[in-house]
Write a protein that binds this ligand. Structure first.
Ligand code: FAD
Ligand code: THG
Length: 837
């Protein structure tokens, strides 16, 4: 007996999920939709189905690649027009040099993920897509495996396959409630008063997701927005090329295709194009964001079949399209003899960070969501959800997709509405990896914020926190900085959101002392009689140590993938403070809590603050302010103690992500500003500086410290990630992932997180670039920075194991190939002489 699953929504996501679950033998699946089947009136019903596979996210690309593969294989072959994917290729054109450069960057993402792609010149663009005026474009990115998904047909084919294995699809059934008992779902309630029993409910309700979430008190952070799609009248050049009368031996699927030209993106004008037989479809993101209120949508199913109103199709607002039509005629001159035949404003979902929403409600067990998913990613998302349900884990790293990745403030309607609209506006923009939101800003500030502003902090934003990236005040110190600390000048791209001041902050940290605001680091308190055993069961290290011990440890999943890396400080017999990576860690710990109430977990980030005081003079700064013993013996490396600093109660933890002597000094929020002032004043004679994230990131890479999410994730085991030292099964009992990691031979891994230094000593890369070995794509950069202490740019990259120290590789940076060498790590202070003294 497999669990009874009810899927809400028979769009491309729900249908794919029914297919993926039944393939895995979970056959008790019921799919309910408020609309009629198969065209329910949701976003899928009219989706033009362009599938461009490559984005900045490796996981999203993998989702898309699987969608292509799966839909290509979905042709049941019984009819000439049974195909579900028309692999016409994708072409993204550049009309500005910035865009052309960005397409080179994208080409690197593609090839590092096994998607063939090439940047081609204007003539080749016009050869691939003869409607293009080559004089309008500078070049383009051609991705031959992209194409058109026939989404509505795929829904039918997937439903048929799932039904053949036992799934049931029911149309015109509106879900109005979720039945629960003891914190678990037991079924769904319908508008007709029926209760359909369920052990697991998966909401695949698309842009209705927020409404469905409300039924269980879950905030689903998405915003429905309308997006314009228009169809032209007949385009002369297309007549006779496609459709039933175009019987070409080369037709990819049977004889009837609607399109042969590559799908086309003109991102500098926020436009995209596809053929519909001898007409062209045009999509526009150029207009103002048009948020949609669910209550104002037309009801499903009014009117005749064929012209039935679809709630996801709103009337076309012609005035919003006028300029885009002109731009289209300019790019594709053949359109000058055509008109807009009709159009609509179609509704689909946007989210605060552009990612989809996958995962289980934190409060109601068995209530899952898979929403804000494009057709492009639908099969991949469904596969991952099926893996989560059936196997307990997804092969792909989902941290950027998890519905629980947001802190509470990021799920409020005000935040979701504003950030999602901003994502609509920016959808085709060339975005720098560090580019911050302009708004909303200033939501979360540490108690040091006013002081940071006085010092000229340049802030970037993360999870609604303002985080100083560097401080302009330190520019005045540059004149005293020895020349070897000065970094070579950067190219324009890597110089964005960067300042030469960062060198000063790195120099001062390594030679004097610096203060780092660590407040935004997620801090959790785990307490209660069961706390120690609870943490033992979830981590790879020994937790049952003396009070005052701090442990760097990993949380693994069942397969040994790295779920997170944590610092765990035992502050009392039954009290632990956990330094975590994100809200996902809180979510994970909460789910794992024992039922007997012997453990409590809470997020204490908000009420507390932290300053990292690090550098060779850190002890000279802190000791005179305190009656407690901050000597090497008095508070050893990786130990914590309560202390007073100038009368302020603090917790000091002796550890340092930048690899220097010093402490993370925690206090509650109300003392924060005083603590900052006291330390800053006492540090003046020692040359203390406030230092920001940019120096922090550089120094931690010199020291070889990993950043979870960027450098490693659940896709990697600890040995591959260079974190085997934190796995200590001989010190403890059972823990999640133990069995899996014990089977791994640390010396036999096939890939490794590898430290590279750039040979020319000056080219700085930013992360996500492809890495080539012997000219072939072999991996990708995770994190990178200029290393000021060493005078070389550093990049960490996933690469095949076995590359010897000194081996040469190439990093593809835009259209350049930058030579780099495999280096022994850590690059800085491998003897730990800076920290242990
Ligand atoms: P839907 O197809 O909307 O399915 C959700 C279903 O849930 C609906 O059928 C709805 O009736 C049902 N439902 C909701 N509430 C309830 C309830 N209470 N009870 C029962 N059932 C309920 N994506 C691409 O990848 N490429 C493109 O080129 C592309 N172009 C687009 C162009 C336009 C104009 C639009 C509007 C969208 C486009 N998209 C594109 C996005 C894509 O269409 C959607 O992201 C995708 O179809 C969403 O699929 P879904 O299954 O999540 O949602
Ligand atoms: N501070 C605190 N908690 C954290 C971080 C932090 N939690 C999340 C993240 N950062 C964890 N990452 C690291 C990475 C490396 C170290 C600490 C936190 C570190 N490693 C030593 C090393 O590898 O040499 C520890 C070795 C050991 O186990 O003794 O210091 O910044 N509070």
């Amino acid at each position: 007996m497999t669990p009874r699953v009810v899927i809400i929504g028979a769009g491309i996501v729900g249908a794919n999920l029914a297919d993926e679950l039944t393939t895995r033998g979970w056959t008790d699946v019921t799919v309910l939709d408020q609309g009629p089947l198969p065209l329910t009136g949701g976003s899928t019903s009219h989706a033009p189905g362009l599938v461009f596979q490559t984005t900045g996210s490796k996981t999203m690309t993998a989702f898309a690649t699987y969608t292509v593969e799966k839909l290509l294989g979905l042709d049941d072959g019984t009819t000439a027009d049974g195909w579900c994917f028309n692999q016409v290729g994708g072409l993204e054109v550049a009309t500005t040099p910035e865009r052309l450069a960005d397409l080179h960057r994208k080409q690197g993402w593609a090839i590092s993920r096994g998607v063939p792609a090439a940047v081609v010149d204007a003539a080749e663009c016009a050869r691939l897509h003869p409607l293009l005026d080559p004089d309008q474009v500078l070049g383009g990115l051609h991705t031959p495996t992209d194409g058109l998904a026939k989404a509505a047909r795929a829904v039918v084919a997937l439903a048929r396959r799932a039904e053949s294995r036992g799934a049931v699809f029911r149309g015109s059934v509106r879900v109005t409630g979720i039945a629960q008992s003891g914190g678990r779902v037991t079924g769904v309630e319908t508008a007709d008063g029926e209760t359909v029993p369920a052990d697991i409910v998966v909401s695949c309700a698309g842009f209705w997701g927020r409404e469905l979430g409300k039924l269980v008190g879950m905030r689903v952070p998405l915003l429905p927005l309308a997006h314009q799609y228009a169809r032209t009248t007949q385009v002369e050049q297309l007549v006779g090329r496609n459709g039933a009368d175009a019987r070409s031996a080369g037709a990819p699927h049977g004889e009837f295709v609607e399109a042969r030209l590559p799908i086309l993106r003109h991102q500098d004008a926020d436009l995209y194009y596809r053929e519909h037989n001898d007409c062209l479809g045009i999509g526009s993101y150029a207009h103002r964001p048009m948020p949609v209120s669910i209550s104002e949508l037309p009801e499903v199913g009014d009117g005749e079949v064929g012209e039935r109103t679809q709630p996801s199709m709103l009337p076309f607002t012609e005035e919003d399209f006028a300029r885009q039509w002109e731009q289209s005629q300019q790019l594709l001159p053949g359109l000058q003899r055509s008109k807009i035949e009709h159009g609509f404003n179609g509704v689909f979902s946007f989210t605060p960070d552009g990612g989809p929403l996958i995962g289980e409600s934190p409060d109601v067990a068995g209530f899952w969501v898979a929403e804000a998913v494009w057709v492009t990613h639908s099969s991949g998302v469904a596969r991952s959800v099926a893996q989560l349900l059936v196997d307990g884990r997804s092969e792909l790293d989902l941290h950027g997709c998890d519905v629980n990745r947001f802190d509470e403030v990021e799920t409020t309607d005000a935040y979701v509405d504003e950030t999602s609209q901003q994502n609509f506006v920016e959808i085709y923009d060339v975005l720098h990896p560090l580019q911050p939101k302009l708004s909303p800003r200033g939501i979360r500030t540490s108690p040091f914020h006013d002081r940071q502003r006085e010092l000229g902090a340049f802030f970037l934003e993360s999870h609604a926190w303002e985080r100083p990236h560097w401080y302009e005040a330190n520019a005045a110190l540059a004149k005293d900085m020895p020349p070897q600390w000065r970094a070579p000048s950067r190219d324009a791209w890597s110089a964005m959101f960067h300042s030469p001041v960062v060198a000063v902050e790195a120099w001062k940290t390594r030679t004097a002392v610096a203060m780092y605001d660590m407040t935004p680091l997620t801090r959790l308190e785990v307490s209660g009689p069961g706390a120690c055993a609870f943490l033992e069961g979830l981590t790879t290290g020994k937790m049952d140590k003396s009070v005052g011990a701090v442990t760097y440890t990993l949380m693994l999943d069942e397969a040994g993938g790295v779920r997170s890396d944590l610092t765990v400080a035992r502050l009392g017999e039954q009290l632990f403070q956990v330094g975590a990576n994100s809200h996902l860690d809180l979510d994970h710990l909460r789910r794992a809590l024992p039922d007997d109430h012997s453990v409590a977990v809470r997020d204490i980030t908000g009420g507390t603050c932290c300053i990292g005081v690090w550098g060779p003079l850190a002890r000279d700064l802190v000791q005179p302010l305190s009656g407690e013993d901050f000597s090497h013996e008095g508070l050893k490396y990786f130990r914590a103690m309560s202390a007073h600093i100038a009368g302020i109660p603090v917790t000091a933890m002796r550890l340092s992500y930048v690899g220097e002597l010093g402490w993370e000094i925690y206090t509650s929020a109300e003392y924060g500003r005083k603590l900052w002032d006291v330390l800053y004043e006492a540090g003046r004679p020692l040359g203390v500086v406030a230092a920001g994230r940019a120096a922090f990131n550089s120094l931690r890479l010199e020291k070889g410290y990993r950043s979870w999410g960027a450098d490693m994730s659940t896709e990697h085991n600890p040995y591959e990630a260079g974190l085997g030292f934190a796995v200590r099964p001989h010190t403890k009992g059972d823990f999640v992932g133990r069995e899996a990691v014990e089977k791994i031979d640390p010396d036999a891994v096939t890939r490794r997180l590898t430290c590279l230094t750039v040979d020319d000593g000056r080219s700085v890369v930013l992360g996500h670039e492809a890495v080539l070995v012997d000219g072939e794509p072999a991996g990708y950069v995770t994190s990178a920075a200029y290393g000021y202490t060493l005078g070389t740019p550093i990049a960490y990259a996933w690469l095949p194991a076995g590359l010897p120290v000194g081996a040469t590789v190439e990093i593809q940076y835009f259209d350049r190939r930058i030579r780099a060498s495999v280096a022994a790590e850590p690059l800085f202070d491998p003897e730990m002489s800076r920290i242990r003294r």
